[in-house]
Design a binder for this molecule. Structure first.
Ligand code: ZN
Ligand code: FE
Length: 233
């Protein structure tokens, strides 16, 4: 493991976004994923005496990019994303490419559906996947610029990733997903998952990181095996 990650809750109680601070342990290069709100991010950076070198975006929505320009000004950092709608974009990446934060290598996976140009940041060797508004705990993002077919294909790509990869979602939406998940398949695993989620949230902890192997079993949108089944969830 060469990558350290800190979860930062932003827009707390309004949209409950998660931004993330990534630190490559060997080179100390660092990046912010989806800076929704500047103040909580700057606080964490100050506490750790870190000057982030990059912003990495999953998609263009304001609640994932609102901090881009201010952080760029504050830290003179570079902004990395997949498309021109990302404010202040400096470096463009696309599906199938890799991008390096020091010695930590991210694989770029296009999952256009929630929006077009939505990407996943997959740090394969570190077994970390940043899913933005595509995959949340127990639910998925809405279809703003895509079709159910596109979302089904996007989730298929996630399902192909190894079970021991941990995912880091763009929002704390776990409790929004509980009811549908229970209706879809009230398995023993799901009941345990919900109990654990409630416990973590009651302590002020995020529900993530969750292993994909577990999420594949309890998230109704990952359990659907055909497009027909998927559109029924
Ligand atoms: Zn979004
Ligand atoms: Fe969002």
């Amino acid at each position: 493991m060469t990558l350290d990650v800190k979860s930062i809750l932003t827009r707390a109680r309004v949209m409950d976004n998660y931004s993330y601070l990534l630190i490559d342990e060997k080179t100390k290069l660092s990046a912010i994923i989806d800076p929704s709100e500047v103040a909580p991010i700057v606080k964490v950076c100050n506490d750790l005496s870190i000057k982030p070198d990059y912003v990495l975006n999953t998609h263009h929505h304001f609640d994932h990019t609102d901090g881009n320009l201010e952080l760029k000004k504050l830290y003179n950092l570079k902004i990395v994303g997949a498309e021109d709608r990302i404010p202040g974009i400096d470096i463009k990446v696309k599906d199938g490419e890799t991008w390096a934060l020091g010695e930590s290598i991210a694989h770029i996976i296009d999952v256009s559906a929630h929006t077009q140009g939505h990407i996943l940041w997959y740090f394969k060797d570190d077994k970390m996947l940043f899913t933005g508004d595509t995959l949340f705990n127990l639910c998925i993002g809405g279809l703003f610029e895509g079709t159910p077919q596109e979302m089904f294909e996007a989730l298929k790509k996630i399902k192909l990733l190894p079970d021991d990869v941990s995912f880091y979602p763009g929002h704390e939406y776990t409790m929004h997903g509980v009811e549908d998940a229970l209706r879809y398949n009230p398995s023993k695993e799901l009941l345990e998952y919900v109990k654990n989620a409630e416990l973590r949230l009651s302590k002020g902890l995020p529900v993530h990181p969750t292993k994909l192997g577990i999420e594949k079993k309890v998230n109704p949108y990952l359990q659907a095996n055909t497009l027909e089944e998927f559109t029924r969830t």
